[in-house]
Design a protein around this ligand. Structure first.
Ligand SMILES: CC(C)(COP(=O)(O)OP(=O)(O)OC[C@H]1O[C@@H](n2cnc3c(N)ncnc32)[C@H](O)[C@@H]1OP(=O)(O)O)[C@@H](O)C(=O)NCCC(=O)NCCS
Length: 212
């Protein structure tokens, strides 16, 4: 399946999702790439990463842009030439982008039990999230929390940010599909509005800085 979903978030913000079922060749033929992107593609080792990268270009084209409109800063943060904010994520079978008038971040993660093993490295104690470590909700919630922290990092990629010590996700229920988060790092105290949803066995999170 090619184009999978467009989520209209508000008048100026859209999330686009591609489900990758095409071969590398099919995707490659369908996009036009600038030289620097071709070089990047050649250096990628895994086929899955290459397809994720190309599917992002398919989404750009779907939204009326091309690879020529996209450039990266020295930290790897993507930007669009017309000033529209963009954030990008890919994970195995899916690629996603968010386009907005706000500085936003997006993250897509495959839900895996494995996340329980690293939970204490990035998340608060389970009771903070009213969560039983043995419930199925636990993996879902942990994956949201991980996605939020990755997405916050994509908005504010200051050197030295620790997922565990500087990014805090407010308690939430899965059904709510939204929460808030706080980046508390040195002099910075930035609240975020957070939204999330599940697509098949993936968790999609997007967020932006809250207007005060
Ligand atoms: C940059 C980072 C957030 C990417 O996340 P990821 O889950 O590996 O990969 P994703 O597919 O979700 O995102 C990749 C995209 O993020 C974007 N990205 C990369 N660096 C970025 C940055 N500094 N700022 C914003 N966006 C960035 C790029 O668009 C990239 O895709 P592309 O290069 O194909 O365009 C991640 O690698 C990272 O460095 N995280 C912080 C490390 C950390 O503190 N970990 C905590 C361990 S407890």
């Amino acid at each position: 399946m090619p184009f999978f979903q467009k989520i209209v978030v508000d008048a100026f913000t859209n999330v686009y999702v591609w489900k990758i079922s095409e071969s590398f060749d099919e995707l490659f033929r369908a996009v036009s790439l600038k030289d620097i992107s071709l070089t990047r593609l050649e250096t990628m080792k895994s086929e899955s990463h290459k397809k994720g990268f190309l599917a992002v270009r398919m989404l750009l084209q779907h939204a009326g842009y091309t690879d020529y409109d996209l450039y990266y800063d020295a930290f790897g943060k993507p930007n669009l030439k017309d000033g529209t904010h963009i954030s990008i994520s890919h994970s195995f079978e899916f690629s996603t982008i968010i386009l907005s008038n706000k500085n936003c971040g997006i993250d897509l993660e495959l839900r895996r039990d494995l996340i329980k093993k690293i939970a204490r490295k990035f998340a608060e104690e389970p009771f903070v999230y009213h969560c039983d470590e043995n419930s199925s909700d636990y993996v879902s919630k942990l994956t949201v929390i991980w996605g939020v922290k990755e997405a916050v990092f994509k908005v504010r990629n200051e050197v030295g940010i620790s997922f565990k010590d500087h990014i805090f996700v407010s308690p939430f229920e899965m059904e709510a599909q939204n929460t808030t988060a706080l980046l508390d790092f040195n002099e910075l105290k930035i609240p975020f509005e957070v939204y999330f949803t599940e697509i098949e066995n993936y968790t999609l999170v997007w967020l932006w800085e809250k207007e005060l």
